[in-house]
Design a protein. Sequence first.
Length: 230
Amino acid sequence: MRKRDDMKTVVEKDKTNTRLSSKERIENIITELAKCYDGEKGSLDFHTPFELLVAVMLSAQCTDARVNIVTKDLFQVANTPEQFANMELKDIEKLISSISFYKNKAKHIKEASIQILEKYDGKVPSEMEELITLAGVGRKTANVVMLEAFDNCQGIAVDTHALRLSNRLGFSKESDPSKVEQDLLKKIDQKYWRLMNHLLVYHGREVCSAQKPKCENCTVYQYCKSKGKF
């Protein structure tokens, strides 16, 4: 990540930014973030739609790096709906015990696996409306699966990073992820949705953290609505 411009330059850019339309401002932010991160690829490891579904379910309130460590061994033991449906809940819990909220996640994985077997012939559904009926699956998880597993971008997944950046960059004033997503979809051209699924998350992890954001390294600092308020 490159260092941002010095403060004098940022102030000058601020004056220029006030003359930008909302669309131009958003496109500038996307362009700058895309220079820093690969917005075409997520960071979870998987080989099948079901493996991705499990990985995304595990990733809530947990780093993708930790999830990848856990699933590397987990998927050697079980990686199909049938295998998870037939496992004892305590055995699933043991395999994912280093993941946050592992008991609830184990329960959801087992329940979702049973649903997939009973309702979808053992295959992860490829429709948003069907995905969100699975246990433990909300729009965030469904958005990631639709994009990464089925190459069908239906929206923008809003995790804690995307929510935080959306607030700081002025995309949304909402705190509820579903409402934030709706604001993003209204303001961001659909051709950028795929990129924004990853760019906001990556920038939130690398630079714009919750407590101590690295503003000196921020490539979009001039667009931040919360300068000096952290």
